[in-house]
Design a protein around this ligand. Structure first.
Ligand SMILES: Cc1ncc(COP(=O)(O)O)c(C=O)c1O
Length: 406
């Protein structure tokens, strides 16, 4: 790959990083390489490609671009999924250690950590990550029971789907003071909004499936660290456990990454506008969005982040109204996941794995890049019909067809 200047702005890096060398006749985009193995015309040396579970040239430009975007001198490591990346990150905790996790971390991360804890790999300590004082005292208590290097602090900020905001630097400093390793799931923010390595975090995790790839067509994950030894361990985990990414998926992810800054700008601009309107809507009981000055995470988010992200969670009166809203949308897509160009709506507690402390009538909105007026008109009509109890009517229609809303 051609090297790219690390002082470039993130929106430039999304476009400029991970390009093949500037050579006459060379393509400007890296090709997809489909191979399981590599020619050996001499005994392989360290770094040589031997077998494609260990390395694929299609991964390189994506890993270089994401590493640069997160502010690391080292390339990222791409995995078959976000949870595959999470499994590799959790492998950094020695057996008999402890993982401190937000109670509202992504349900899959909680489930994976709980599964490993049930197998006796480590203890699990679930905390309210927005309550800095409580997390600090938990870390102090753990320092009495565990040696340095046995503790992992897992950050997710904002949390999915409660959108709680943690004090990343404060918690990271405290964790380091007791010898803990700190992992931050940066899926919601993306490096356009926040770079956890700059706050001292050791390993950044992404579900690339979401905003980075951005088109709801690939499942991938990634880890980024600035520590070469830690990267070697994570790479060894990937190669040995075999959760590797397909080259086509990674090629698509890099293609998606090229427009990340534009997509984030649009999504979070619309999310902020919708959050303000939703806060005034008679059918909405509560809006959770760190961009709203009334949100408990607003000050922290404004201080730490370069934006407020593209996810808004709303709470309705009851489950029936929330389900009716999801049934009544015509433009928004009723589906799980987030971070794609299309706007998605989901009542999270319909998923059995979701923590019971997430309100049952909470609906998560993943704001895409459609026209903001169309998105609002559809949401408004769906909210009104849901609140009026007529969303179940088979012939009930949106006031105007999607696409013609203003
Ligand atoms: C915040 C967060 N982290 C990690 C994951 C897991 O990623 P994947 O679905 O790519 O395995 C998700 C998936 O929804 C997520 O929302």
């Amino acid at each position: 790959m051609a090297s790219v200047r690390s002082d470039l702005a993130p929106d430039t890096l999304t476009v400029a990083a991970g390009r093949p060398p500037r050579e006459h006749d060379a393509p400007v985009n890296a090709p997809i390489v489909l191979t399981t193995t590599y020619h050996e015309t001499r005994a392989p040396e360290p770094g040589d490609r031997v077998y494609a579970r260990g390395s694929n040239p299609t991964w390189d430009p994506f890993e270089e671009a994401l590493g640069a975007l997160e502010g690391s001198d080292l390339p990222a490591l791409v995995f078959a999924s976000g949870l595959g990346a999470a499994a590799a990150a959790l492998s950094l905790v020695p057996t008999g250690g402890v993982v401190v996790l937000p109670r509202h971390a992504y349900a899959g991360s909680l489930g994976l950590a709980a599964d490993l804890a049930a197998q006796g790999r480590f203890e699990l300590c679930v905390v309210d990550i927005a309550d800095t004082g409580a997390v600090l005292s938990e870390l102090r208590a753990l320092a009495d029971r565990f040696d340095a290097g046995q503790v992992m602090l897992w950050l997710e900020s904002p949390t999915n789907p409660m959108l709680e905001v943690a004090e990343l630097s404060v918690l990271t400093d405290a964790a380091h003071a007791i010898g803990a390793v700190v992992v931050a799931d940066n899926t919601f923010n993306t490096p356009i909004v926040h770079r956890p390595l700059d706050a001292g975090v050791d390993v950044v995790l992404h579900s690339v499936t979401k905003w980075l790839a951005g088109h709801s067509d690939v499942v991938l994950g990634a880890l980024v660290t600035s520590d070469p030894t830690r990267r070697e361990r994570l790479l060894a985990h990937r190669t040995l456990h075999g959760a590797i990414a397909g080259p086509f998926e990674v090629w698509l992810a890099l293609r998606g990454l090229r427009t990340l800054a534009l997509r984030m700008e649009r999504s979070q601009g619309t999310a902020l506008a919708l959050a303000h309107r939703l806060a005034e809507h008679p059918a909405v009981r509560r809006v959770r969005y760190p961009g709203l000055p009334s949100d408990p995470g607003h000050e922290r988010a404004a201080e730490q982040f370069e934006g407020f992200g593209g996810i808004v969670s709303i709470e309705l009166d009851d489950v029936a109204t929330a389900d009716a809203l999801v049934a009544a949308v015509r433009l928004w897509l009723p589906a799980t996941s987030l971070g794609g160009v299309e706007s998605l709506v989901e009542r999270r507690r319909r998923q059995p794995a979701e923590p019971l402390t997430v309100p049952e009538a909470l609906v998560r909105l993943s704001v895409g890049i459609e026209n903001p007026g169309d998105l609002w008109a559809d949401l408004d009509q769906a909210l009104r019909r849901a609140a009026a109890g007529d969303a179940h009517l088979p012939h009930a229609r949106a006031p105007r067809e999607a696409g013609q809303l203003s």
